[in-house]
Design a protein around this ligand. Structure first.
Ligand code: GCO
Ligand code: MG
Length: 403
């Protein structure tokens, strides 16, 4: 029995907000879990503090599955990003504890390494095609085998995935949501030329990816996919909102471009039809937002039956704790596809020292027992929570749209 004697939530803002759960056992072994839900951080902190931590005290940290079921079924109100992020944080922390107690890195507990490392993709973005291609070339020079291309759209002041001049890309940038205008027509004219120029400049040995960020209808997505087919993208991400999973049938009727969906999903039920009907090729659900390692393994196991591979979300709003967990999972899972990498700032990395590393376009979780992740609490305490929202988008006539 590894009795849980205390647990607490640490909220810190070293440049952006992160919520971390620390669970401690009587033996003095503790584990860390990420509970960050971008733009809604304090909702998860409260869910943990007010509704989860009191139920954890006295339980056996080794009973990961039972605690998962207890928090999922026991809440009565199942699923949802807040609940599932809170469960995810507990689950990660318990795997961390189990690994430390066993003296093994978590990937060994998950069956051991299935590969030498996890291929990652980096983000190349720029105000126009030239700048984006320059950024892509810089990534290839750093060894990246896969690069996501997002470029400014002529005629639109701002668009998803493109950093403001001279800054890192960080979408949660306002104490109230900032608003930008969207035009599908202008966007649609800009993507194929970006890929055409990128293939000319980068050749065919690098994987190229693109994120539509939920902004097309299924038939528009079918058209975009068809236009991109000649440039062989690795994937096109979130071509249309996925609440209606059957909508992806229409996209499949029109294009064979590989599709990646699921960063906003929080359970296997969000992806079930997409996977079973083979309407997607990569499932992007993350450890933190979908109930931790325990639940993402279930999603991956279902996906494996249908030749759907993993492509976990890895934006900077997922803390280094999630990155560590994602790499242990990615190294071991049979149907790994790719892992997103948006490197954290130096400051974030100092607050969260870690065993994972990047080399030649691949990442490895390291061999420290547990997840191989720490939090410098003294440093974390210096950076107070700062309210920050994700932006919203409207069509040019003022209609609310999908950001
Ligand atoms: C991605 C995502 C992110 C999200 C962000 C929201 O593919 O990395 O789309 O950029 O917008 O994580 O919090
Ligand atoms: Mg995305």
């Amino acid at each position: 029995m590894a009795e849980i004697i205390s647990a607490r939530v640490i909220v810190t803002c070293p440049g952006r907000n992160f919520v971390t759960l620390r669970i401690e056992t009587r033996a003095g072994v503790y584990g860390l879990g990420d509970a960050t839900l971008n733009g809604r951080e304090l909702a998860v902190a409260s869910y943990l503090n007010d509704h989860v931590i009191p139920c954890l005290i006295g339980r056996d940290a080794h009973r990961i599955e039972d605690i998962w079921q207890y928090l999922y079924k026991g809440a009565y109100w199942r699923r949802g990003p807040v609940t599932m992020s809170a469960i995810g944080a507990v689950d990660m922390a318990l795997w961390d504890i189990k690994g430390k107690m066993a003296g093994l890195p978590v990937y060994q507990l998950l069956g051991g390494a299935s590969r030498e490392g996890c291929m990652v993709y980096g983000h190349a973005n720029g105000a126009d095609i030239e700048e984006t291609i320059e950024a892509a070339i810089a990534h290839v020079e750093q060894g990246y085998k896969a690069v996501r291309l997002q470029s400014g759209v002529p005629g639109l002041a701002a668009t998803y995935g493109v950093a403001k001049a001279g800054e890192r890309y960080e979408p949660a940038d306002g104490a109230l949501p900032t608003e930008s205008l969207w035009s599908t027509e202008k966007y649609m004219r800009s993507v194929a030329p970006l890929f055409e120029k990128a293939r000319e400049a980068l050749g065919w040995d690098v994987h190229l990816l693109h994120d539509v960020h939920h902004r097309l209808t299924p038939i528009e997505a079918g058209r975009l996919g068809r236009e991109l087919e000649p440039y062989r993208p690795f994937w096109v991400e979130d071509p249309t909102p996925a609440e209606n999973q059957a909508a992806f049938r229409l996209i499949r009727q029109h294009t064979n471009v590989p599709l990646a969906v699921g960063e906003v999903f929080n359970s296997i039920w969000d992806a079930k039809q997409l996977i079973e009907e083979q309407l997607i090729d990569y499932v992007r659900t993350t450890i933190v937002h979908a109930g931790g390692i325990t639940h993402i393994r279930r999603i991956a196991a279902l996906a494996d039956l249908y030749q759907v591979r993993t492509g976990c979300h890895g934006a900077t709003d997922l803390s280094p704790v999630t990155m560590a967990a994602a790499l242990h999972f990615g190294l071991s899972v049979p149907n790994f596809g790719i892992q997103e990498l948006m490197p954290h700032t130096e400051l974030t990395n100092t607050v969260f020292p870690h065993a994972y590393s990047y080399r030649h376009g691949m990442m490895h979780p390291g061999d420290a027992p547990g997840l191989g992740i720490e939090i410098d609490e003294e440093l974390a305490a210096k950076y107070e929570y700062t309210r920050a929202f994700l932006p919203v988008a409207r069509l040019e006539d003022g209609t609310m749209f999908n950001w």
